[in-house]
Design a protein around this ligand. Sequence first.
Ligand code: BGP
Length: 461
Amino acid sequence: LQYHFPEGFWWGSSASATQTEGAADIDGKGKNIWDHWYEIEPNRFFNAVGPQDTSQFYYKYKEDIKLMKEIGHNSFRLSISWSRMFPKGKGEVNKKAVDFYNSVIDEMVETGIEPFVNLYHFDMPMALQDIGGWENRDTVDAFEGYAATCFQLFGDRVAKWFTHNEPIVPVEGGYLYNFHYPNIVDFKKAVQVGYHTILSSAKAIKKYRDMNMDGKIGIILNLTPSYPRSQNPADLKASKIADAFFNRSFLDPSVKGEFPSDLVAILKTEGFMPAMAAGDLDIIQQNTVDLLGINYYQPRRVKAKEHARNPDAPFLPELYFDHYEMPGRKMNVHRGWEIYEKGIYDILMNVKENYGNIECFISENGMGVEGEERFRDENGMIQDDYRIEFISEHLKWVHKAISEGSNVWGYHLWTFMDNWSWSNAYKNRYGFVSVNLEKDAERTVKKSGHWFKKVANMNGF
Ligand code: BGP
């Protein structure tokens, strides 16, 4: 083996409730923002396919968990649907939801796949969105209650918890760049939403520890290493500001318990400091994560601002920098994202050097490809060699980081099986396993799934 990984490395994949379960209005589940948005604007979604048409994990989880085992998984990350557990976001827990998650978790444990459970993956219950969602501090309390219920009900079998997946994405999508509900542009609200999310994470972590649970709790962040166009001071400065807005904004409070001072200075100058209550900052400071999940897809390339600021334009972080397209960059054309494998190593080294080398793992990395059916061979297998190359090129850099002392403990692909994606629906396919939407969501393992099995079983490649 050229690339050998440490004993006990977590091999697996990740997914989320809204993207896989289906059964969106069944067994007492309440609506979340995606159900609602689809109802009022179905054409926003690729081919007008909404979250009720996902891969039917709700019905097929037993088969799926068997398949996970078959392709070498020792762990799998799922999320709990808040609006399935609490149809109104709080109040009485939905017994059918408890039965479902109990059964999924039991099945995983019996099969030998460690459940990594995330509490919030973009899916605000509509009843709470109606009072402002994360804009409203009451949602922080509701989240704490929901989290405590999950710890209580499932914590005997789940030893790895995550409060949020990519908490910056609902801020960007919902309040800055128009790709999540409520789909407005309002930086003041964006900051409040981000702040409440961080507070909710710290409060859930505190709850977990107060309840003396036996396990670890963390957060999953999408980190986009910020690279300047050149080493000119102006480019370097722009890149550092972009890093503050998009990485350190959530990484610093989650791991260090404090907000980055350069970001706070900008928020103060611009008049965007969020409303806070006495004691909040202590809670954030005292309840940092045990474990960090890192989602990595693409870098962020940045250059100094080239045009003067338009005082009439709504405030966006881009007032402080411009995006930069590096000539000759490698692209995933289906998603429009740059592929830069070394980025994963740079993140891990940054976490090692500047974040106390906290225990971490790659919680998402992957390649969405449109029209994969054309790669299906006569035996029915999708020959996704590009995915194998994508994964192995990233794993090489993870391996190098380990050899230089990084405390990284796993690699989860996004995603296990092709699933429904926020606004892109089923356009791009990411899975180790393909899902045939025309044929009762029939699953077939792709070449990458068979390859991954070998990697996981040999602990390297
Ligand atoms: C991450 C999300 C996932 C997943 C993935 C791929 O940001 O955590 O939920 O969707 O990106 O992105 P997309 O589906 O938009 O192509």
